[in-house]
Design a protein around this ligand. Sequence first.
Ligand code: FPP
Length: 238
Amino acid sequence: MGLFKKKSKKIPLEELVLPRHIGIVMDGNGRWAKKRGLPRMAGHSFGAEKFKKINEYCLDRNIEVVTFYAFSTENWKRSKEEVSNIMDLFVDYLHQWLDMDDSKNMKVRFLGDRSVLSPKAQELMAEVEKKSQRFKNQLNIAINYGARSEILRAFELLKGKESITEQDISDSLYTYGQPDVDLIIRTGGEKRLSNFLLWQAAYAEIYFTDVLWPDISFDDIDDALRFYSSRQRRFGGV
Ligand code: FPP
């Protein structure tokens, strides 16, 4: 019997069924900083570095679409200083993107209401989206994003239409034309979706880990991929 359970060998990555679309909730930056006696901002800076690394890793694994939750509609409740720090990191990243070497690039789309972001940020976002059109793999960055407002916006776009199908709603979301999210990874130990891709996640597998975002490693992502691959997805059938 299983008293001396054999240590199960990890399935090689080449044998996994990979998700087409991964969504990532990068949680735990603040706690990571606190543990080290650093200001919360340090957590976000390290978090932004990890975001770039993990994004590249997903590209190496040829994941079709990756969506990172960078800033939610609820995050405005944080101190002015913290909000402006996160926005500065975002703008820095947009500048870096424009200088980045092509092999690391993906087609970028920003999900969320950008109209309240700074004119500079909006200008850079438009430039990045335009210049990245020629790339194949998709990177979505959710910024000032909330799934409920996204769904409400879809209803507004569809107002006046006599009958509405599920496809019409999908086509009116920020993620129009993209496959639904298959796997959501949330770091930081909380087990909730926090208004992230609610419509698109109808059949998603959700992988929670206690690892704080700045500590995330490629091995952690591989564990999430193994978890995903081990699930038999039946979409409500038998
Ligand atoms: C959640 O951790 C993290 C955020 C709200 C901000 C995420 C932002 C970045 C990783 C950097 C900017 C992004 C880009 C795209 C360059 P938390 O602060 O809620 O952590 P806590 O739960 O430990 O307090």
